[in-house]
Design a binder for this molecule. Structure first.
Ligand code: C2E
Ligand code: CA
Ligand code: CA
Ligand code: CA
Length: 282
């Protein structure tokens, strides 16, 4: 093989080989992570910006890998999508987040507004058979109002090309579940999609929120996006709020809800329960 010279170099590139080997190992482990109970959810609180109360939380998946430690969803959700594992993982996330929401709701002062739960949904899940039926079953099982659940979607461009996904979205909207356009303003989620999409929540991407205090046009862009959401009757949520300056500007712009390290990080369930000052389990 050596005689073939430089053209073979790439084939023997140790870096590529290592990357492929690592991916292969992650894929094999991920396929078993669910049954081995290595997946869990953290919950990042969402705050109402006008009174600073927690109105709900976003469920964010974590993988406790026995050798690699905590693996970020950024590293494994894409692999789960490619390997066809995202539907089973996503269904587990939906069940677990709703079970948790029902538990918290039962311990919460009934005079307070109902808590909401935001769940990230991959486009592959939406186009899987009977996704809307699965969502309805989960809500029924935990006796949750559909309006307590918000499904966060990215990759909306692809979604609109898929009949199954479009039908599922229409069914979910009719059911009363909230639909959020996640990462709004980035490549996968933009004005064009807003036009045809039955969403009622708009999440402004972190990359805009963190430009709120800089010299450029960040502030004007966030103002315009917020106004656009409001014209369309949507609730506007800012993600990645990290400074008090950003928070003040978002409040001034009339943005309804905020989420970010300044307000709270993603938390273990017991930590969020303490933050919510919930009563003991009945
Ligand atoms: P996302 O939906 O945009 O979630 C927000 C991400 O920003 C989370 O990262 C969160 O921890 C992080 N974040 C929150 N506040 C701040 C902040 O103030 N500053 C900064 N720098 N980051 C902040 P995480 O948990 O690593 O999740 C990454 C992405 O993985 C999520 O982005 C989402 O697209 C995906 N993901 C997470 N859980 C699930 C899931 O259950 N299903 C699916 N399909 N995707 C998920
Ligand atoms: Ca999200
Ligand atoms: Ca986001
Ligand atoms: Ca994101």
């Amino acid at each position: 093989a050596k005689a073939r010279g430089r053209n073979c170099y790439q084939f023997f590139n140790p870096e590529l080989r290592d990357r492929a080997a690592k991916r292969y190992a992650v894929e094999a482990d991920l396929a078993r992570a669910l049954e081995r109970r290595q997946l869990r959810l953290e919950y990042q609180p969402l705050f109402s910006l006008h009174d600073q109360h927690v109105v709900g939380a976003e469920a964010l998946i974590r993988w406790d890998h026995p050798d690699r430690g905590i693996v970020s969803p950024v590293e494994f959700i894409g692999i789960a999508e490619d390997r066809g594992l995202i539907v089973s993982i996503g269904t587990w996330v939906l069940h677990e987040a709703c079970r948790q929401l029902a538990e918290w709701s039962a311990r919460r002062n009934p005079a307070l507004p109902a808590l909401t739960m935001a769940v990230n949904v991959s486009s592959r899940q939406l186009s899987a058979p009977d996704f809307a039926g699965v969502v309805k079953d989960v809500l029924d099982r935990h006796r949750l109002a559909p309006t307590q659940l918000c499904l966060e979607l990215t990759e909306t461009a692809q979604l609109l090309d898929m009949t199954e996904a479009r039908d599922a979205l229409a069914d979910l909207a009719r059911l009363g579940v909230h639909i959020a356009l996640d990462d709004f303003g980035t490549g996968y989620s933009s004005l064009a999609h807003l036009m045809q999409f039955p969403a009622n929540v708009l999440k402004i991407d972190r990359s805009f929120v963190n430009q709120l205090e800089t010299e450029g046009r960040g502030r004007e862009i966030v103002a315009a996006v917020t106004a656009t959401g409001h014209v369309l009757g949507m609730t506007v949520v800012a993600e990645g709020v990290e400074t008090t300056g950003q928070l003040e500007r978002l409040i001034a712009l009339g943005c309804e809800q905020g989420q970010g390290y300044l307000l709270a990080r993603p938390l273990r369930p017991d930590v969020l329960a303490a933050l919510l000052e919930l009563g003991s389990e009945s």
